[in-house]
Write a protein that binds this ligand. Structure first.
Ligand SMILES: [Zn+2]
Length: 113
């Protein structure tokens, strides 16, 4: 008997600061749309929801990864300064030429619909 392990469905890699995360699409995440595993540098997105929700979820998880990486410099600042830094961080990630494929997908998606 041959046990066939499903191949991990990793479609994108995205640099968040010093670390490269893999974006993996999975069948089910039990009521969650996505999750960021900061130890494995892995973001999982459920295939159960429509692609625009997957894209929005990917952005959400990237923000988690960014905050995790910059937690120490975000702790002591005002709420407004947190927004400034997170927005700048997100802008950097999306504008990073190493993340072009990911950014294209998040902003425009893969299908015309
Ligand atoms: Zn969250």
């Amino acid at each position: 008997m041959v046990i066939v392990m499903p191949k991990p469905d990793i479609r994108f890699h995205v640099w968040v600061g010093a670390f490269q995360y893999s974006i993996q699409f999975v069948a089910d995440l039990k009521k969650r749309y996505g999750e960021a595993d900061k130890d494995k540098l892995l973001i999982r997105i459920t295939k159960k929801c429509a692609e625009p929700i997957q894209r929005s979820t990917a952005l959400h998880e990237i923000i988690h990864a960014y905050i995790h990486a910059h937690n120490h410099d975000l702790k002591e600042v005002t709420k407004e300064e947190k927004f400034v830094r997170i927005a700048e961080g997100l802008f950097h990630i999306l504008a990073d030429p190493r993340n072009t494929e990911f950014t294209q997908w998040v902003i425009h998606g893969t299908s015309e619909g």
